[in-house]
Each structure stands twice: as C-alpha cells, then as structure tokens.
Write a protein that binds this ligand. Structure first.
Ligand code: ZN
Length: 366
C-alpha cells in the first residue's frame, strides 16, 4: 500500500502539494494573517497514513481525508471536494427523489403514477411468461380479486357509492419517511463523522439505525396492501418486522452491544430482517396467484434485491479501489457505487409499492 503513495522529490513540490490540499472555501479566501493561516491548516486534507486510528477505514482510499475538522468547517465541506463529497451527495440526491415522491403523493398524483406504471407493465407483459400466466388464470391487468368488471376505475365508483372505505395512505407515508430518515442520517454521517471520535461513534451508529428504519418501513406498505383482506397475516408480519427493527435499533445505538464481540449478532439481525421479506412475498404471491400486478411487483422486488446485492458486493469487496489504490479517492470508489445502488434499489421498491397500492385501490373491498 505504501508504494502507491505519491512521492515528492523537492521541498518546492511539497509546498505546492500542501497548497493544493487546502480547501478553497468562501470563508478561507477572505481571512488573512495568522488567523487565516490557522483556519486553512485546520481545513487541510490529509492522507490515510496521517489519520487517527478511529478514522482509518479503507486503506485503498489514500488521500483527501478531512481529519478532526471544526464542526462549522465540516458542515461547509458539503460544498467542497474531498473523499466523502460524493458519498454525501449520492444520498442527498436520493433524499430529493423521495421528497419529490412525497410532494407528488400530497398532490394526489400517485394514482396517476400507479396507472402509468400499470399501463407500462401491461405493455411489457406481452412476453411468453405473462401470456402463460394470463392464459392459465384467465386474468387480466384490469381484473382482480374475483371481480369480472373489466376496469378498476369504473369499478371503484360504485364501490365508493356503496360506502366502502378508501384505502389508507399512511403505510406509504411511513415508507417515504423511513427512506428520507435513512438517507438524511447517511448524508449527515458522511458529512460529520470526521469531526471527532465521539461524533464518529455516534454518527456511524445513527447511520446503521437509519438503515434499520428504512428496512422496517419498506415492509409496511406492501404488507399492508397485499394482506388487506388477511388481517391476521398482516398483523403478524407487521409486528414481526417492527420487533426485529426495534431490536436492531436498540442494538446498534447501545454502546455495550456495539462492541466487536456482538458483530455476529448484529450481522444475523440484519440478515434476518432482509430475508424475513421472502416469507410475506411468497405468501402474497400464493394468495394473489394469477394477478399480474402482484407478479410485476414481486419482479421489481427481485430487481431491488439484486441491486442491493450488487451494491453490497462493491461495498464489501471495496471494488474498484483495491485494484488501483488512490485512483478513486474523489470519485468512483466502492462506497459511492454502493450508495447509488441503494438509491436505485429503493426506487425499484417504490415502484413495486405504487403498483401494489394501485392494485389495492382498484379493489378496496374484500
Ligand atoms: Zn454510506
């Protein structure tokens, strides 16, 4: 690893390098004299080998670290280049996507999106598999839950007139809030964990807790809508994932349980949370067998799992920086790729959920 660290041969070159490493922020450019020099020194980016032990995480990212910066400077560094800039902005970008979905939901545009996605799915459903499903079950995208009325928009009007309850929106908003919480915690952690050892411990625990919140909240809407007519299953699934999530959050926020000896327990907890989704997914497909909405939705969930898996592969393998240490310090490192995959997976899950909501809104009575 040390052989990859760039060497400077003259004092002039070293001075030039130091100058380059000082971040040009708006505040530093107007400070003069000794005070300004001290501030600039505080904001200097450092190499991996110069980091305190608690900040050393990825030895293949060699340079451009912020180390123990003052809080104000760490906050402002969201607008400057260092090796966490794209980690912060990839999840801030994800936050904006979910904020946009929230605004769309409040404006009542979600049903239009659901209709558009259903139409799109119908257009894509001309493949041999979907043709076989429809042939075997005699079902169509507009026919669901034993109804023979050909269009859900037409069907919903008499149902509303006969006093059927509108489908609750809160599980969808729980998911949006969970996703935005996770992405905010992640962005804040990448922005501020460099400040001090205490901040480092706190923010990475908060990041893991945010992930737990997102996993739990992502179960709510699909389970609520798929098992709308099976209240016992719905209660059991929602209770189980909530208890698992609460256990994960308590574990990850507790200093005692975040000790290295509990690492296996924590890993098992995350795996259990993720894989517990397979049970309601298989159950949901069984009770709605033949409904193309459910198949398309489950297909999107499989895409979500593949995206998460691919992202985790980059993250765990620290690819590509392990092959070319130092080349991806600013852009292209594994953690940034992992973040992008997480956002794409969350978007795939959102589309799956919108399709299921649209399906359920078309058939609000059991
Ligand atoms: Zn991250």
């Amino acid at each position: 690893m040390s052989g990859n660290v760039r060497r400077k041969t003259s004092a002039a070159a070293m001075a030039e390098e130091e100058e380059e490493e000082v971040i040009a922020t708006s505040s530093s450019c107007c400070c003069g004299g000794g005070d300004g020099r001290r501030k600039e020194k505080e904001r200097r980016l450092v190499k991996f080998n110069d980091l305190p032990e608690y900040l050393k995480d990825n030895e293949f990212i060699l340079d451009h670290y912020r180390s123990e910066w003052p809080l104000r400077d760490a906050l402002w560094s969201v607008f400057s280049w260092h090796n966490e800039t794209l980690n912060i902005w990839t999840h801030l970008g994800g936050f904006l996507i979910f904020a946009g979905l929230t605004v769309m939901s409040f404006m009542g545009k979600l049903d239009e999106l659901g209709g558009f996605l259903t139409d799109l799915s119908r257009g894509q459903a001309s493949g041999p598999l979907m043709a076989m499903i429809m042939k075997n079950n005699g079902s169509d995208f507009n026919v669901s839950d034993n109804s023979l009325v050909p269009d859900h928009h037409l069907r919903r009007i008499p149902e509303l007139e006969t006093g059927s309850e509108p489908i609750a929106q809160w599980p969808w908003f729980v998911y949006l809030a969970g996703a935005m919480t996770c992405l905010t915690c992640s962005s804040l952690s990448h922005l501020l964990a460099c400040h001090s050892k205490a901040f480092n411990l706190f923010f990475w625990r908060l990041d893991y807790a945010g992930i737990s919140v997102m996993i739990v909240s992502s179960f709510y809407a699909p389970i609520y809508y798929i098992f709308h007519c099976n209240p016992i299953s719905r209660f059991l699934y929602l209770t189980s994932i909530t208890v698992l999530g609460a256990m994960a959050i308590v574990t990850l926020l507790s200093p005692q349980l975040s000790a290295p000896r509990y690492r296996k327990f924590r890993a098992t907890l995350f795996l259990a949370m993720g894989f517990s989704g397979t049970v309601p997914a298989v159950h949901g497909v069984c009770i709605h067998w033949g409904h193309p909405h459910v198949f398309v939705s489950v297909l999107l969930e499989v895409i979500m799992a593949v995206l998460y898996g691919a992202g985790a592969g980059f993250y765990v393998g620290r690819i590509p920086e392990r092959w070319w240490p130092g080349m991806f310090d600013i852009a292209g490192q594994s953690h940034q790729i992992f973040h992008v995959f997480v956002v794409m997976a969350a978007v795939a899950h959102s589309l799956a959920t919108v399709i299921i909501m649209h399906f359920r809104q078309g058939t609000p009575s059991c």
